[in-house]
Design a protein around this ligand. Structure first.
Ligand code: GDP
Length: 237
């Protein structure tokens, strides 16, 4: 008698990766290094995905939720605190196959203007020149919408997006919106990003975690891309 088949492994998608595998991949995140200036960033041979957003948009919470780690990223709310780019390595068995870059939040009202301007310049330089940059995730609080600084940043990266850089807006704290507010926020953000990819995300409700994880996985493994970024449960023959 043959034994019955055990529980099925997550169904691989046509690209070979299920949402569960993408979530597990993000869980491997570990601190790599911190760089107070661009010249301190290590040269990388793996794709890098940057997380950007206005201060208080929910970026640290989002990174910690995606990586299922309590304090990998932490909010730096203290004005004047040294701002730095933190890198986290991803990949099974210690083999790094991608890196997440956490960029300091911008727009914090209490930061002196001079520091704000300096930081905006560092960030623009990073986004324009970083060779390993493969994708950018922008966290936006949908109750405020895209701010002027978000829009400036969009302009900065537009040429790179046109040249293939991946880009996603995550509307954070989605648990605070009802359905019609959420739909409105999605429509407005899509207009503001000229049809760019926009998704709802809630750390509290774990909404959007699988979708975002799968998208990031595909960004980091473009050889697996077949055009479907979600709906990973497609059966393989
Ligand atoms: P950062 O400055 O962009 O890193 O923002 P934080 O991650 O520190 O989040 C800012 C505030 O928003 C904190 O009070 C968080 O608890 C809250 N927050 C973040 N994500 C969520 C969420 O998904 N739902 C709700 N309700 N609050 C959130």
């Amino acid at each position: 008698m043959t034994s019955p088949p055990g529980p099925r492994a997550p169904t691989p998608s046509a690209e070979g990766t299920s949402a569960a595998q993408a979530v597990a991949w993000l869980h491997t995140a570990r601190f790599l290094t911190t760089a107070p200036r661009l010249e301190h960033l290590p040269e990388l041979a793996v794709p890098e995905i940057a997380f950007v957003g206005r201060s208080n948009a929910g970026k640290s919470t989002c990174i910690n939720t995606l990586t299922q780690q309590k304090r990998l990223a932490f909010a730096s709310k203290t004005p004047g605190r040294t701002q730095a780019i933190n890198l986290f390595a991803l990949g099974k068995q210690g083999l790094t196959d991608a890196v997440l870059a956490d960029l300091p939040g911008y727009g914090y009202a209490a930061v002196p203007k001079q520091d704000k301007l300096r930081w905006q310049q560092v960030m623009a330089n990073y986004l324009v020149t970083r060779p390993s940059l493969a994708g950018v995730v922008m966290m936006v609080d949908p109750r405020h919408g895209l701010t002027e600084l978000d829009e400036i940043l969009l302009e900065v990266i537009r040429p790179r997006v046109e040249a293939g850089l991946k880009f996603l807006v995550l509307l954070t704290k989605a648990d605070k919106l009802n359905r019609s507010e959420a739909n409105k926020a999605l429509s407005i953000a899509r207009l503001q990003t000229a049809g760019g990819e926009v998704k709802l995300f809630s750390a509290l409700k774990k909404q959007g975690v699988e979708e975002a994880s799968l998208l990031l996985w595909h960004w980091a493994h473009p050889q697996t891309q077949t055009g479907t970024q979600t709906g990973a449960e497609t059966e393989t023959p």
